[in-house]
Ligand binder design. Structure first.
Ligand SMILES: [Zn+2]
Length: 406
């Protein structure tokens, strides 16, 4: 069925340098895809072919592609009370909780989630059920289990521990066998590990290289949780395509990333959320470790922005979780603006750039005829003020209305 989203301002996110919206516009959706986009007067011939119930007055809202969050753990349970939860839940409880988190994200306007490390392949199972049409949910792009060294970052929280190049190769192939869309390693320590520091290097060059070969041989990209410039430099030389967090980058490493076109998913929120962490039962050592990383984390992001690295938005929180008076995904995008990226580029980081990171740019990431009708809308203009995202009240995925002005 065709439907016309009439009377809206379209932020296409095509990334052609135009930071302006197409004003007084309409979008024609046919089934699951976008058929045409144009000014309201240009769309008159379509309007005449439609019944009144096929025309939706968007009330002048700002319309853009659905948000794509590049760093999500569906079964995320922060250390503190939550960590125990994921360990003691049986498979069914885990699955239902993780699915609920996916559904909440969709309703918040996040139509696509890249999952980067989960428990018991729950992300891949949920993805299958959504793709079969059994469950309503966002599109998922999944890493399965994070692959780490013995005792490495994320151990005890669903990650696959192994050592040596052979071990890494096998663990990557296990994820591919389960249907992983990408591979995620942890190559340094992180915030959420009591006996590790962000600056610890955990994986060897040979381990990273073996993992990257196995991923690339299967046509998949590989990313890593990584904190320091030194480890990231090695990782890129070993074949990493993307870096998560990048807490402590330096100019040399950023230049190397630019040369290799390495993506950065900065996840700025994780080092500036003390109340959020405290409410979830995180111990004080973890909170102070996070805050200590905060300044360097922001500076690294700023280096990456000025070097023009491809940057994709990721929360490392559940996208629809309450954080700082709003939802995590909106707040992350506000942080990205506060850090110095233009509003338009932040919108691109959550749409076009994200689609490129996942190699789905032919089908997703902009309001373009032929792409899937995954769309969101809000009364205010996010190009003017990112806080208008907080008013988001319309969500469509695959041409189906998920939220209708509520
Ligand atoms: Zn994470």
């Amino acid at each position: 069925m065709r439907q016309l989203l009439d009377n809206c301002q379209v932020i296409s996110c095509e990334g052609d340098g135009r930071a302006v919206a197409l004003q007084d516009a309409a979008v024609l959706v046919n089934g699951a895809t976008i058929e045409a986009v144009g000014r309201m007067d240009e769309m008159e011939p379509y309007r005449q072919q439609l019944e009144p119930n096929q025309i939706r007055n968007m009330g002048g809202r700002w319309l853009m592609p659905g948000l794509m969050d590049m760093h999500v753990h569906l079964s995320l349970a922060l250390p503190g009370n939550g960590a125990l939860m994921a360990q003691v839940e049986n498979d069914m409880q885990l699955t239902m909780r993780a699915y609920r988190n996916a559904l909440d994200a969709l309703e918040a306007g996040v139509t696509f989630l890249r999952t980067v490390g989960d428990h018991r392949f729950v992300d891949l199972q949920i993805k299958q059920s959504i793709n079969k049409g059994l469950l309503k949910g966002p599109r998922l792009f999944c890493a399965g289990h994070m692959v780490i060294t013995t005792g490495g970052h994320g151990h005890g929280r669903g990650a696959r521990e192994t050592d040596g190049p052979e071990g890494f190769r096998q663990a990557v192939r296990e994820q591919l066998r389960a249907g992983a869309d990408l591979i995620k390693l942890a190559i340094t320590g992180g915030i959420a590990g009591e006996h590790e520091s962000i600056s610890d290097s955990q994986a060897t060059f040979a381990e990273m290289e073996a993992a990257a070969h196995a991923a690339h041989n299967a046509g998949k990209r590989i990313t890593a949780h990584a904190g320091t410039a030194q480890a990231i430099t090695q990782g890129i030389q070993a074949g990493l395509d993307c870096v998560e967090h990048g807490y402590f980058l330096d100019g040399w490493t950023v230049d190397l990333m630019a040369k290799h076109n390495t993506f950065l998913v900065p996840t700025l929120s994780v080092s500036r959320a003390p109340d959020y962490m405290r409410e979830r039962g995180c111990p004080e050592w973890m909170i102070s470790k996070a805050l200590k990383a905060g300044e360097g984390h922001m500076k690294s992001y700023q280096l990456a922005v000025s070097a023009g690295l491809p940057i994709a938005m990721g929360t490392d929180m559940l996208p629809a979780e309450n954080y700082d008076g709003t939802l995590a995904v909106y707040r992350e995008m506000e942080w990205m603006v506060e850090g110095g990226m233009s509003n338009h580029n932040v919108l691109l980081s959550a749409t076009k750039q994200a689609a490129e990171l996942c190699s789905v740019q032919d089908k997703l990431g902009s309001v373009t005829p032929g792409k899937f009708a995954d769309l969101i809308a809000m009364p205010g203009n996010p190009l003017e003020n990112m806080r208008h995202l907080r008013g988001l009240d319309f969500v469509m995925k695959d041409g189906q209305v998920i939220r209708n002005f509520n």
